[in-house]
Design a protein around this ligand. Structure first.
Ligand SMILES: Cc1cc2nc3c(=O)[nH]c(=O)nc-3n(C[C@H](O)[C@H](O)[C@H](O)COP(=O)(O)O)c2cc1C
Length: 222
């Protein structure tokens, strides 16, 4: 592409040209027949805006507040794993981008940079995404580190007790760079040749028995 990309789909085309196939497929792929993935995009397409003409739009303000933090547009950076597959600086670069856009970054639990590296790289408001692991002590330890490094909220992921059947990752035998955030806490040994890295890591460490009931108990303790 000779010209600078001007929208998200043009960035996606560029990414496809540049990234190794296994990483591009990981970022863009979904589970099984990817029915839900397609439906998510279609659902956004069904939303339309009703134009209200002859309204004074000489000054527009899209800012809003999330948990008391003011952001410039009602868009935040969702937690996404392992940014080093797309950029050598990983989540540190993403955090700088969030700060430049005056929005909030949610740092993924499966991040290639540590909580501390991201915290010291910029002054973006940061939240920390949490998976509840079988090793509750590891989850608790990371929550404490998030708190002491100025992360303002915990974003609990509730939709991934098990990994979906991500067919492209299995075919590609996906191998991913290390999750630095886990260093010294849990082993993230790569797979032994079958399936993808994700599969072997996720099935071993996630607490698939975690429920609303347990969450309520934890909230009471905190
Ligand atoms: C490549 C990729 C990695 C992701 N990694 C995480 C993650 O580490 N933790 C998490 O809670 N959600 C993760 N998600 C889910 C996103 O945070 C988000 O909920 C999901 O992509 C739906 O939003 P969207 O429709 O804007 O893509 C990931 C999504 C993608 C595409």
């Amino acid at each position: 592409m000779e010209q600078e990309p001007v929208n998200v789909s043009e960035f996606q085309k560029l990414a496809k040209q540049i990234l190794p196939k296994m990483y591009y497929d990981f970022i863009t792929g979904g589970a099984d027949d990817e029915y839900t993935l397609r439906e998510n995009i279609e659902a956004f397409r069904r939303i339309t805006f009703r134009p209200r003409v002859l309204v004074d739009v000489s000054r527009i303000n899209l800012s809003t507040t999330i948990l008391g933090h003011k952001i410039s547009v009602p868009i935040m950076l969702a937690p996404t794993a392992r940014h080093k597959i797309a950029h050598p600086e990983g989540e540190v670069a993403t955090a700088r981008a969030a700060a430049a856009c005056n929005t909030i970054m949610v740092l993924s639990f499966t991040s290639n940079c540590t909580l501390e590296e991201v915290a010291s790289s910029c002054d973006a408001v940061r939240f920390f995404q949490l998976y509840v692991l079988k090793r509750r002590d590891v989850s608790a330890h990371l929550v404490q580190r998030a708190e002491s490094n100025g992360y303002k909220a915990i974003v609990l992921t509730a939709d991934r007790p098990r990994l979906g059947q991500r067919e492209a990752d299995i075919k590609n035998r996906l191998l991913l760079p290390k999750v630095k955030i886990y260093e010294g806490l849990i082993s993230t040994k790569s797979h032994s040749g079958k399936g993808s890295d994700l599969e072997s890591i996720a099935s071993g460490i996630m607490d698939a028995s975690f429920t609303w009931k347990v969450l309520t108990i934890i909230q009471c303790i905190v």
